[in-house]
Ligand binder design. Sequence first.
Ligand code: PLP
Length: 408
Amino acid sequence: MISINENYLKLQASYLFSDIAKRVASFQEKNPDKNIIRLGIGDVTKPLPTACIKALHAAVDEMANEATFHGYGPEQGYAFLREAIAKNDFQARGADIAADEIFVSDGAKCDTGNIQELFTTSTKIALPDPVYPVYLDTNVMAGRTGTFSGGRYQGITYLDSVKENNYVPDLPKERVDLIYLCFPNNPTGSTATKEELKTWVDYAHKNKALILFDAAYEAFIRDESLPKSIYEIDGAKEVAIEFRSFSKSAGFTGTRCAYTVVPKVCKAFDSFGDKQLLHPLWNRRHCTKFNGVSYPIQKAAEAVYSAEGKIQTRELTDYYLRNAAHIKAEITNLGFDSVGGDNSPYIWIDGQGRDSWEFFDLLLNKAGVVCTPGAGFGKCGQGYIRLSAFNSYENVVKAMERISEALK
Ligand code: PLP
């Protein structure tokens, strides 16, 4: 008899985006002439930078010619891209990361979801609330949680990210082994200082724990004092793995390219308590289960680091940050407390006592604007909504005019 992995039955169906879609469809049916503005999604709206498109076209032409054709490439990524990443994203900021510590992949979603395979089932997990759901669900699938009750899974240490701690969680009271952190954060848009990250790095050393640091939104950081990488913190290389993506920094959500950094000194422990390096383990997993990102896409990603590409990707993130600044200013004028929006494309808004879905319905029905209800990201998200800066500036201005009118 073939039996299923019953951990899958513990998963809560993710109704968030289908519920949103249903409510939007029903509103549109009743108001066919109303133009709806979507500030709910976490997907970019602007096209790829010209430098990337040029590189992509050239690489496609190479694939059409027997002399320059590429078949399977190295699973970890081509040296040209790994070297460009190491040099520009790390060494240029004083973080000593080498090209062979970079693993190129087709998404930070897959990488943040797959990484837990390296650790034993009894690993004690800590993750933020509210949270990017992939970290939680992949651990549920792997059997690291009990059942879901009262809005939370048993066996998980939830790190509340709330107004009182400025949306940067405090260290857990109990000992944990594996800690997920994400800055700039999705969904809250909060950022962490070097000092704050240092407390987590120190915790990991002291408790023989490991940090999984998701930096998918680092390209939106403008405050020079904020760290873009956890490796800007002394001692992080031994205790942290970092995830990055070209999705939001260069518009690759549909093109797919990302990478994970596993430093050669980064470690975990076996059942005898002996140190085991994670680099060879991740290399083994990656090469066994993944056959590399396509050559043209890696060439397009490499172009992000060309002189032209650097200017164009900066313009791209500046564009969304201008949207974010407008949302933030308008929502503040309306008297709402919020976080994010200055070094992040997300603005996390306290609904002043409104339930998340009630606030969602109000914005949809009175303003024709779609947001994301915070409750969909965890218990601590109740009472909040997330507005995203991924839309045109004109739409953002129009949306905020309508929201101002609706909330007056
Ligand atoms: N990590 C976070 C925090 C995200 O919000 C997202 C996408 O929204 C991802 C990772 C996924 O990135 P990718 O497109 O590289 O899979």
